[in-house]
Every structure is written in C-alpha cells, then in structure tokens.
Design a protein around this ligand. Structure first.
Ligand code: FLK
Length: 330
C-alpha cells in the first residue's frame, strides 16, 4: 500500500501538522510528524483540563477498538525543553489510508506549557527509530515500523514547503516531487535518529568540504548547524549579532542576507534567504531571528524544517541492509 498526507504549517512554519484518524469510529487529530522522536502521543480525555487549550482530545472510551495496555507508562522530553507523559492504549491508526490496527497510542496525562499553549497541535507521531520509544517496561514500535511490511516500498518521504502545505508520503517516491538525482547517504541509527554525514557547506565565497554529522528532524523548526557555519554566515549579514536575550543570532529585518548551501553526497541543497529570515524577534519588529542557529550544546547538527523545506527527503529504512537518507533538489 501507499498513502499521501498533507503537512500543514503552523505560523512561521514552526511545525507542520498532519490529520490522523484514531479509533472506531475515527477520531481525527492533527499531529506533528516528528522524525526526531519515536512516540505517538496524543492529547486525550485523560489530559488535565487546565492543560488543554483548544486541542482535539482522543477518548479511548469512545472507541470500540481501543484497549488499555496495563502497567505501561511513557515520559518524553524534546530538544526544545518541551515534555509530556502518560499511559498507553492500542487502537487503529490511519494516516492517509495507511492503517495499523493495533498501534500504541500514548495518551497524555500531563503535557508541558508549550504543548498546552499550541492549540493546533493535538500530539506527535514519532518517525525516528523505535529503539528510542519511551514506553516502559515494554518499548513500543512506531507507526512506520508497524506499516513498513505493508508498504510497496519501505520508505516515507518529506516534501515540506515554506508557508504552504507540503506532503508526507508513505510507501512510494513521487518522481514529480523533485528535480535531478536523489543522493542517498548511509544512516547511523545507533542513537535512534536519522543521523547522516553532510559533505560540506558554502555561504557566499566561504566554503568547507569537511564532513559533519547531523540528523534529519522534521520536529525541529530551525537548522541547528556548527558554530563555524554560524560565524561564517552571520559575518556576511550586516548588523547580525548573537542575542542572548532573544535566544540566538538576530539581524536587522531589512538586511540583505545570503543563501546557504549544504552538500549531501553529490547533491547540493540551497536554503534561500527567505527561509533564513525566520521570524520577527523583537517588539519593535526591527530584529529578525535567524533560521540558522548554533548546534553547540547538542553534539550534532539538526537539519530541521528550515533545511528540510529546501529539499525532497527519502527516509528509507529497508531497501538496503542499512537505513539510508535520500536528498534531492526540488
Ligand atoms: O526533540 C527533538 C531534537 C532531537 Cl535531537 N526533535 N523533535 C522535537 N519534537 C518536538 C520538539 N522537537
């Protein structure tokens, strides 16, 4: 089988939401498909009402196909400091016609303030590797791991867009969604992420051919890149500076900013200036926040949405012996 689902951006493309049907009769929730984590969790009838602020809530009691997985709990925290926790059910989960009859649906009994504040986000659907699923004592498997055997190809793809709906496809590669060749690189899934080596970068007339490690992460908004990339990039932006109060590199909103190119295998992906002028950062509306920020405290780079929306990306977990990532221009 195969399926195609919309990836609808929230304000400033901070994240992308995709409708998912859970249970019988189907309850539709809009979830953040996150290749940087491996739990499918949802706002629910068991989420304290003071933590619910407009989100859709999954109610297992209203689903004839739900069943509680006794004695199992989960607790997750993300790179941005957000967190959630709760208990576990299984139920039918359908994404664009691709169906898992008994998917672990992690029901939130607690969510952190940034989740409560985001009324459009009803939960996350993890698409990293199942080894970092947080359910204890019995780790659960991701939606992609569960559907892979039924897919025409063991792949899913991302085609995110700037301030416009994009697409997540399951089980096939849409040849009309990209240009030129797809460059495949090996994935090291030992940390549970879609981790790969980029082959270098360039900004203006400054470039490097030194490889650097990063993860493809649809759940992170920005491109968190090596400090030397940030130094070289913002040196080419008049008035740019690191603002500890605003939380990163900012620059005058009317500054002319360069594009940024990174290489994966023999394909060069160029992030246009419009993606890097990420959002207004201050009250006066004069300083804008950069879409490229340092990865200094993480230990690897994160190719989040700012980078992913410049490319067509194939998350391939099974065509070859090892998982691999394919990157193409579009
Ligand atoms: O947590 C991370 C970073 C992994 Cl190194 N990405 N996924 C995510 N989901 C919500 C916020 N961020």
């Amino acid at each position: 089988g195969q399926g195609s689902a919309a990836a609808v951006p929230e304000k400033d493309d901070i994240q992308y939401l995709t409708p998912v049907q859970i249970g019988t009769p189907p309850q539709t929730l809009n979830l953040d498909f996150d290749s940087g984590s491996s739990d499918l969790w949802v706002f629910s009838s068991q989420t304290p009402s003071r933590q619910v602020n407009g989100q859709a809530q999954y109610d297992p009691a209203k689903s004839s196909t739900s069943s509680k997985v006794e004695g199992q709990t989960w607790s997750i925290s993300y790179g941005d400091g957000s967190a959630s926790s709760g208990v576990v059910y299984t139920d039918a989960v359908d994404v664009a016609g691709v169906r898992v009859p008994n998917q672990a649906v992690e029901v939130a009994t607690k969510v952190s303030s940034s989740f409560s504040a985001d009324e459009n986000n009803d939960g996350l659907l993890g698409l990293a590797f199942s080894k970092i699923n947080t359910v204890k004592p019995t780790k659960q498997t991701t939606f992609f791991d569960n559907v892979m055997k039924n897919l025409d190809m063991p792949v899913w793809t991302s085609d995110l867009k700037n301030d416009a709906p994009g697409t997540y496809n399951f089980g096939y590669i849409d040849e009309s969604a990209y240009e030129g060749e797809i460059s495949y690189v090996p994935v090291d899934s030992s940390q549970g992420f879609w981790s790969f080596e980029a082959a270098g970068w360039s900004v203006g007339n400054v470039s490097s051919t030194a490889p650097f490690k990063g993860i493809a992460d649809t759940g992170t908004s920005l491109a968190m890149l090596p400090q030397e990339v940030n130094t070289a990039y913002y040196k080419q932006v008049p008035g740019a500076a690191m603002s500890y109060s605003l939380g990163g590199y900012v620059f005058p909103c009317d500054a002319k900013i360069p594009e940024f190119t990174f290489k994966v295998g023999d394909v060069s992906i160029t992030i246009p200036p419009s993606f890097i002028n990420y959002a207004v950062a201050d009250e006066e509306g004069k300083k804008c926040f950069g879409g490229i920020q340092p990865d200094t405290d993480i230990g690897f780079s994160i190719f989040g949405d700012v980078a992913l929306k410049a490319a067509f990306v194939v998350f391939d977990a099974g065509s070859e012996a090892a998982p691999r990532l394919g990157w193409a221009k579009k």
